[in-house]
Structures are given as structure tokens and as C-alpha cells.
Design a protein around this ligand. Sequence first.
Ligand SMILES: Cc1ncc(COP(=O)(O)O)c(C=O)c1O
Length: 420
Amino acid sequence: MSAPANRLSVGGLPLEALADRFGTPLYVYDAAAPREAYARMRRAFPRAAKILFSLKANPNPSIVAVLREAGAGAEVASIGELEIARRCGIPGADTVFAGPGKTDDELRASIAGELASVNVESRGELDRLARLARAAGQRARAAIRVNPSSGGGSARVAMGGRATAFGVDEEAVPELLRHAAGLDSIELVGIHLFLGTQVLEAAGCVEHLATGVRIARLFREVVGRPPAVLDLGLGLGVPLFANDPALDLDECARLGAAPLAELAPETELVLEAGRFLVAEAGTYVATVLDRKVSHGQTFVVLDGGMNHHVAAAGGFGNSLRRLFPIRRLGEAAGEDEEVTLVGPCCTTLDQFGSRLRLPNLEVGARIAIQRSGAYGYSVSPLLFLSHPTPAEVLVDRGDARLIRERRSTAALFATEWGEP
Ligand SMILES: Cc1ncc(COP(=O)(O)O)c(C=O)c1O
């Protein structure tokens, strides 16, 4: 039987007690959730040689370590993420560097780290990688990120199939493949596709797989051999909002079997996932600081808002501008009420929801925002208004431990104030 809404727990530990112990604002993560999500992906896609965790979703080293232990590699998008992956024991052979705007330093680090692939986003980037690899006396493994002309319409937030900063338009891919195949300091390993995030229908996932297989065919026609790697960031989603369906991964796998059967046996299928692996693990907890009524509307003011969890305040993509699951912790003294939930930042954007029906929220009461493990802490403007940052706690096998300290304003400004 599940616990009543106000008795929420994470990994078997009551959230109220965790908030008392660690204070708020607070992110709490359940280590069992990424493990389970990873196992679900593994079961559904036995054909996948590698499952990579996209660190951008939650780069806390303790979260990365949980996924590494489960078997995941890393998809990184900066030299910082590359360093986190390395320190978490993820070898270069299980790491892929993707994303636009790679600096020379990032490309050099990728070459030196002998990454599984650098997923290049343009001809300019490919040529820079080739030049830097030659200068280092090495060969760099590269995949071409493709922006397919069709086949990516079902992501809630689409990042391909139209004019975009990501990847190389499909029409230009044959010429770029021929060019890449002729570069002696480049080992052309294959292709990469990431078409968008928060895919919730099996059909969308299958469309993405089928598009990948189609581009793999194009690679074979142009290069004369199948790609060694087909790297797909499927954008697997989780139900964040009321009426969102839960993605049926087994259905994805069942329907995806036909297109995948076409893939040459020597082509390694690599899958990237961020949100799917960690979103459900995380809960954000904040405390009510104040209440007020304005023009008949009740405002409940929390000790954290968009500065800590910009996605829940609707600030991370149009399609995500809806309500996350919000619960009150503990017993409410009064009746349910209609409130607008705001943070302490001086902008009307700082709102977790308006006119929400919630149990009475007196000063000192706590709220929990669930499914906050992905794109929470990592995408939020933590320095806005110079508040202390939220602490992060991991619950694993019945134990809770601090995995990132709350940073005081003094700690955040130590360098500026000359107080190292
Ligand atoms: C190249 C690439 N791979 C993977 C991801 C992770 O996406 P998701 O969190 O939807 O799995 C992203 C997200 O932006 C990305 O750009």
C-alpha cells in the first residue's frame, strides 16, 4: 500500500525527517530509482552495446557513480562533465562527447582521453578535431551527428528535423562522410542522432530508432561499410504532468525490433538517456516562509523557487511549462485551500503554480516537488539573488548522506571577497 500523500518518503525514509535533519531547500534522491530505470532500459534493449548516462541531467558525482555501478557509460557535453565522468571511474571507451560549441581544449581532452567518439556537429568542428589529433600524433574517433530531414516529430521538445544548431543536415551528410573518411587522423566510427527530449509514446521512440537505422544505411552506401556505432539519444521521457502517459519501454522495444533487425551485426547500438534515468529519483523540498493575500489571491512564499528548480517554475522549455507533482508534507491543520506557490526571487516568473488546490500551508509547512531528479539543480540559476544553494542528499539502502553541501553566500563569493 502506498503512503498517504503527506507521508512521503524517499528510499523508505520520511521526507519530513530528512528535511529536519538536512534543512531546506533540499534535493533528495533515491539511489534505487536510477538503478531500476537503468535495468529497465537494459531489459528492453538487449541489442544495446552501451547505455550512456547524459550527465547534463544530473552531474552530481554521487548520482553518476550510482549509474556507473549499474553499468552505464557517459555522454558528456563539456570538459567539466568529462572530468566528472573520469573521476567517477568511467573510462574513455565508455564516454562520448556530444554537443555544439566544443573548444579546442575540449577536443584535445577528448583525444587524449581516447573517447569512444566525439560526435561532431559541423564540418568546421570535424576539421578542427582532425587537426588537433594530427598535432597530438593520434587518431580521434568521430561520429557525425545528423539532423535528419524527417523522423523526429514526436518529442515534447524537438531538437531536430528543422533548422537547428544541432548536427549536420541530412542532405549535407553524404559529402561530409566522404570528407571524414578521407581524413587520416580521424577514425570515422559512425553516426549520432538526438532529436529531442521527453518522448512519451512508444511510437516516437520507434520512429527515432527507425530514423537511426535509415541513416546507418546511408552511411553504408556512402562509406562502403556499415557504421561501427549507431549512437541514439532517444530522449526517453517520464510522466511529469497530469495526463502525461508513462512511456511503455517494452512496447518501444517490441515495435523497435523490426527496424533494429536491419542493423548490421557489426554495428554497435549505443543509447543515451538523461531524464529517463534520474527524473523520478529526485524530490525538491522547500519550506513556507510567508503567506499573504493580494486581490483576493493567496500567495504562499517558499524559501526556494526558480533559482533552485527553474524547470518546475516553467523556465526550461515551452512544452515543460506545466505543473510538476507538488505535495504538502506532514499533517495540515486547516482545510484545503487555493494558493499560488511562489519562491523568494523578485520576478513574476518565480512561481511553481498558481491557484493550486493544496492542503493548508501555514508558515513553516513544507512542500515537496516530485520527479525533480533531472534538469533540476543542474539547470537552475543558482546565483540569482545570491541565496545559499540547496543541499543535495542521496538515500541508498536505508541511509541518507549529504552529497552536496549547501553553499552559503560567503562560500559562493569567497573569491570575489578575497576569502578563499
Ligand atoms: C546529445 C544529447 N544526448 C542526450 C541528451 C539527454 O536527453 P534526455 O534527458 O531527454 O534523455 C541530450 C539532452 O539535451 C542531448 O543533447
